[in-house]
Write a protein that binds this ligand. Structure first.
Ligand code: ADP
Ligand code: UDP
Length: 238
C-alpha cells in the first residue's frame, strides 16, 4: 500500500489517499498544539508513540467487539485505515474531573464520579469546537438520532474496556476524546486516534500526569511522559 496525494494536513496528522478509494494512510507528526491551536510546539517522538498506541488500543477494542477504522500499521508513523466520513462531533467521556470540566463548573481536579459522563463538542475549528448537546447535533444535522445513540453506546463501552486495560498498566483513565466516522456502507466506526494527546492518563500511585497536560501546562518531562506510556503499553522503549 503506498501513499498517493495528500488529502488533508491537520495539527497532528496528515491523511493521504491510496490506490484503494476506501482506504487512506494516516501519517502521525511530532507537532503539538493546545488551546485551539494558540499554543504550538513539537514533542520529539510523539508521532511514533501516538501511532503505535492508537493501533494497540484499536486492536484491543476490535477484540472486544468495537468496530474501528484500523486496517494495518505500515511503519512506526504510518497506518492504513478505512476512509470514513467523520461525524463532526468530539465525544468526551470523563471518569474524574479535570481540564475544562473543572474550570467550567468551578470544581477541583480529581473528583471521582459515581458514573462516567459524556459530552459533545461541535468539531469546528473556526468556532473553537463549542460544547453542544445531542439535540443541537440533531438540529444542526451533524448526525441522526440512530447514529447519536450508537455513538453514546459505543463510547461508554470503549470507556469500560479502556479503564480496565489501563488499570493493568497502573494507569488511571481520567478522561478522553473520541471521534467516529461512517464507512462507505454507513457503518459507524471508531476513527481518529487514542493517545496521550487525546486522553488524560495519571499514574495510579503517584497521580503523575502521563499525557499532553504536561505540554499544555508547561510542566516539563513531556517527551518522557509519552515514552513512559509507550513502555507501559508495549514493555519496551523506543
Ligand atoms: P485536526 O484536524 O483536529 O487538526 P489531525 O491533525 O489529527 O486533527 O488530523 C487528522 C484528521 O483526519 C482529523 O480531522 C480527523 O477527523 C480525520 N480522520 C481521522 N480518521 C479518519 C479516517 N479514518 N478517515 C478520514 N478522516 C479521518
Ligand atoms: N481533548 C482532545 N481534543 C480536543 C479537546 C479535548 O483530545 O480538542 C481531550 C483532552 O486531551 C482530554 C479530554 O478530551 O483528555 C477532555 O478535555 P477537556 O474538555 O478537559 O479540554 P481541555 O482541557 O483539553 O481544554
Amino acid at each position: 500500500m503506498k501513499k498517493c496525494e495528500m488529502l488533508y494536513e491537520g495539527k497532528a496528522k496528515k491523511v493521504y489517499a491510496t490506490e484503494d478509494e476506501n482506504l487512506v494512510i494516516v501519517d502521525y507528526k511530532d507537532d503539538a498544539t493546545a488551546f485551539n491551536g494558540e499554543k504550538k510546539g513539537t514533542i520529539a517522538g510523539k508521532g511514533v508513540v501516538n501511532n503505535v498506541m492508537s493501533n494497540h488500543m484499536f486492536q484491543l477494542l476490535e477484540k472486544q467487539g468495537v468496530p474501528t477504522h484500523f486496517v494495518e500499521q505500515l511503519s512506526e508513523r504510518e497506518t492504513v485505515v478505512k476512509k470514513v466520513q467523520i461525524v463532526p462531533l468530539e465525544v468526551i467521556i470523563r471518569n474524574i474531573s479535570a481540564g475544562s470540566f473543572a474550570k467550567r463548573y468551578g470544581v477541583e481536579e480529581g473528583i471521582v464520579f459515581s458514573q462516567p459522563t459524556i459530552e459533545f463538542s461541535y468539531k469546528n475549528d473556526e468556532l473553537g469546537d463549542p460544547l453542544i448537546n445531542s439535540y443541537h447535533a440533531l438540529a444542526l444535522g451533524l448526525a441522526t438520532q440512530e447514529e447519536i445513540d450508537k455513538i453514546k453506546e459505543m463510547s461508554f463501552k470503549i470507556n469500560e474496556v479502556m479503564k480496565k486495560y489501563f488499570d493493568t498498566l497502573n494507569v488511571i483513565l481520567v478522561d478522553f476524546k473520541l471521534e467516529f466516522g461512517k464507512t462507505a456502507d454507513g457503518t459507524v466506526v471508531l476513527a481518529d486516534e487514542i493517545s496521550p494527546d487525546t486522553c488524560r492518563l495519571w499514574d495510579k500511585d503517584t497521580k503523575e500526569k502521563l499525557d499532553k497536560d504536561r505540554f499544555r501546562r508547561d510542566m516539563g518531562g513531556v517527551e518522557e511522559a509519552y515514552q513512559e506510556m509507550f513502555r507501559r503499553l508495549l514493555g519496551e522503549t523506543l
